[in-house]
Design a protein around this ligand. Sequence first.
Ligand code: SF4
Length: 280
Amino acid sequence: MKKSVKTLSFPVRGKYVVMLAPSFVVDFSYPEIILKLRRLGFDKVVELTFGAKLVNREYHKLLKKCPSGCLMISSVCPGVVSLINNKFSKLKKNLILIDSPMVAMAKVCKKIYPKHNVVFISPCEFKKQEAEGCKEIDFVINFNELKEIFAKKLFKREDKNLSTSFDRFYNDYTKIYPLAGGLSKTAHLKNILTNKESISIDGIKRVETFLKKGNFGKLKFLDVNFCVGGCVGGPYINSSVPLVVKKLKVRGYLRKSKQEDIPEIKKGLVKKAKGISLKK
Ligand code: SF4
């Protein structure tokens, strides 16, 4: 079993790198959240978007070679993976055997910060389960838990010198990954698949109905999310604003980030992941 958040006491002591799912903007303010995480004692804070970029590259390579009649199903959402494993076992062979952005980013973090504990923060209820199979992840915290931790104000002494920017691996365009269809939109699939060859479906009911029909026609790629709207509809999102407002928040965050002046060293360069295999 993985260590759970209950074994973390705040403020934390030791070395920790936090990987933040980009859907955080629905529940928390940017960049204030980075400062708050540092005040809890987390010394490195990165975003998951670089992991998403690496995963996209692998998906693009695979789908480019995908012959007609070959259906590939995204495996970045553990909710969907669990659904297929439990209810649609015939489709298990169609799941793409590439790590999720969480696992990809954890591998990068362990390479760059080998002495740090890796903590993942997300709105997903399946991530703790997924992390149990990943040796690179030490702790998983959901947005509800983070909100409670912040409310308890278990901060270290106020430090005016703490940075409000992510440490490394900035990647702007994959900030829309938590929106349904975000993977397809950011993996440059338009260049290699036609509209009839790729579809995005979100929400467990719609996904189940689609899989039950089994009418895949010319489809080569199925981009699926368990939650309605994608991860912004995740169970540990606290905000009750309508989905359309959640989407606007994510897009606003993308716009804001694109305007930021990020030094080259902080950018998510693929060469930094050299030697890391994302194959399951
Ligand atoms: S869509 Fe829902 S179940 Fe899937 S990864 Fe996102 S939050 Fe988790």
